[in-house]
Every structure is written in structure tokens, then in C-alpha cells.
Design a protein around this ligand. Structure first.
Ligand code: KIV
Length: 307
């Protein structure tokens, strides 16, 4: 059995059955676009959270290079390495049964040459079980080469975080007529080169809508308005697990930081006040062994310890 194929219903009883039946593939995303069914996507970076995201029925899980910031604590996405991304992609792969698993190619892994990009993308598929890779920018030659190498590609246009130094910060892109039309042309070129979907990040709603209408492949928006074929957000953002102010486009669905803080503080207090563990949370000797241990003399105990 390949790492990316799963028997229907192969997940344990805890998973909702509706989520188990249909594996999401890259062609299936285009099918969803044709049917007008919104595509749901989230980032995830480890086994536990990916499993929860998958079981909640999210269609696409991106092992985003945003992990550099939200998991590894870097200031931007540039430092994360191929090996680190592979490590996290493997963990996600082990958790996910239904969603499409997309690995983000990190900065430097495809910027030197097309050959280098293809070689690194093959590692994500072969060594980590990714079903597609995401690359930033209108790298038409690379999209074509990856497609020829049987690797589905998700493009990423607009605010591309790996270009932070060129952009001079994280700024909304394509706000002028010229740059908006350039974005439309780039999206068409990336789609023509074989991309299966395009993430549009940090662009005006109007141009995202125009691109979405122009392309046969789905657009997945993040800060790109509601007309995109799908939406993606960073897992840590929707749960308030980041330590910075949220961007305008983030909607917070729960305050997991508060839940974690409260639970951890309670645990600390319980330990400090001898309230944890309780007798029920302790293991016990049988009455006979307890009596034998209590009446045994010290040398015999020492002998037991050495065994
Ligand atoms: O790395 C990332 O999280 C992304 C976004 C599209 C959310 O690229």
C-alpha cells in the first residue's frame, strides 16, 4: 500500500464517518470549483493538529512554511529548511486520511534553478508523502517542469511571504491597474503551465474575483476576498496561538491560548499544593504485596532494588 492510499473507513471509530469516504485529490479540487462547492483549507504542521483538521473535514492541508514563524519562532519564513519541512510533512502525512496534503517548498529550495526545484519537490513526494507542492511567484518554467515530473503544483501569487525583502514588508499587492493586470497575467500563465490550484494572498477582492472567474483551476484565497473558490488560513491564527496582532483577514474561531494558559496554570497550582496526583491517579500494590513490603527489613529491600 502506498503512503498516500488508505482503505475506505480505515480510521478508528473516533473519526466522523462522513470524513472518511472520499480522498481529496488535486483533480477533485477542480471538480469542486466546477460544482461551485467552496474548498476549505488550513495549514497544519504536526500529527495531532493535522488529525483534528482532517477529521473536521477540511479539504486541503498545507504544511506551510509559516511553520518557521508559528512553530519555530522565526521572524519570517525564510530560515526554514527543506529538512525541517520534510520532518513536519511526514508527521502531517501520518495523520491525514482524507485531505489533500500539500507541502510548501521553502525559500531557497527552488530559487536557484528549475532542476534544483524539481529535485527538492521529488523529496517532498518521495520522502514525506506530499501529494502536491506549493511554490511562490510566477515561476512558469518550474510549474511546467514539476507537472512534467508528475508532481501536482499549487501556485502562490500576490503577497508572497518569501519575497518579504523585495516587497519591503508584508503589503497588500496588485493595488494599481498595472500590477493588478500583471497579477491576472501571472495567474493565467501559472495555470497554463499546469498548476492545479493557485493561492492568492493579500490582494484586493476585485482582482481575486476577476482571476477566479478567468481560471478553470481553483483559487484559494487568504486575504483575497470571498469570491475565491476556496479559503485558507493559518491554523495558529484562527485559534489565537500566535503572539502578534492578527492581520485584517484573520478570523479567530477560538482562544486556544487562553485554554492552554488556564490548564497549565491549574496543573502548576495542583502540583504546588499537593493536589495532583490524587490517590485515584496513583497505582497501588495488592494488599498482600503491600503487607510484605511494609514488614520487610531494609537489607531485603536493597536486594530487590539491585535485581
Ligand atoms: O505558509 C503558509 O502558511 C502559506 C499560506 C498560504 C497560509 O503559504
Amino acid at each position: 500500500m502506498s503512503i498516500t492510499s488508505f482503505p475506505a473507513g480505515g480510521r478508528d471509530a473516533a473519526a466522523p464517518t462522513s470524513v472518511l469516504t472520499t480522498k481529496v485529490t488535486m483533480p477533485a479540487l477542480s471538480g469542486m470549483k466546477r460544482q461551485g462547492k467552496p474548498i476549505t483549507a488550513l495549514t497544519a504542521y504536526d500529527y495531532a493538529t493535522s488529525r483534528l483538521v482532517d477529521e473536521a473535514g477540511i479539504d486541503m492541508i498545507l504544511v506551510g512554511d509559516s511553520l518557521a514563524m508559528v512553530v519555530l519562532g522565526h521572524d519570517n519564513t525564510l530560515a526554514v529548511t527543506v529538512d525541517e519541512m520534510l520532518h513536519h510533512t511526514r508527521a502531517v502525512r501520518r495523520a491525514v486520511r482524507r485531505a489533500l496534503v500539500v507541502a510548501d517548498m521553502p525559500f531557497g529550495s527552488y530559487h536557484g534553478s528549475v532542476n534544483e526545484g524539481v529535485a527538492n519537490a521529488i523529496r517532498f513526494v518521495k520522502e514525506a508523502g506530499a501529494e502536491a507542492v506549493k511554490i511562490e511567484g510566477p515561476r512558469v518554467d518550474l510549474v511546467r517542469a514539476l507537472t512534467a515530473a508528475e508532481i501536482p503544483v499549487v501556485g502562490h501569487l500576490g503577497l508572497t511571504p518569501q519575497s518579504v525583502h523585495r516587497m519591503g514588508g508584508y503589503r497588500v499587492q496588485a493595488k494599481t491597474t498595472e500590477t493588478a493586470l500583471q497579477l491576472l497575467a501571472d495567474a493565467e500563465a501559472v495555470a497554463d503551465a499546469g498548476a492545479g490550484a493557485i493561492v492568492l494572498e493579500g490582494v484586493p477582492r476585485e482582482i481575486a474575483a476577476r482571476i477566479t472567474a478567468a481560471l478553470d483551476i481553483p483559487t484559494i484565497g487568504i486575504g483575497a476576498g470571498p469570491e475565491c473558490d476556496g479559503q485558507i488560513l493559518v491554523f495558529h491564527d484562527i485559534l489565537n496561538m500566535t503572539f502578534a496582532p492578527h492581520a485584517k483577514f484573520v478570523r479567530q474561531y477560538a482562544d486556544v491560548s487562553a485554554v492552554i494558559r488556564e490548564a497549565v496554570e491549574q496543573y502548576r497550582e495542583d502540583v504546588e499544593h499537593h493536589a495532583f496526583p490524587s490517590d485515584e491517579e496513583s497505582y497501588h500494590l495488592s494488599a498482600a504485596v503491600r503487607d510484605a513490603v511494609e514488614t520487610a527489613d531494609t537489607p531485603a529491600l536493597a536486594g530487590i532494588r539491585q535485581v
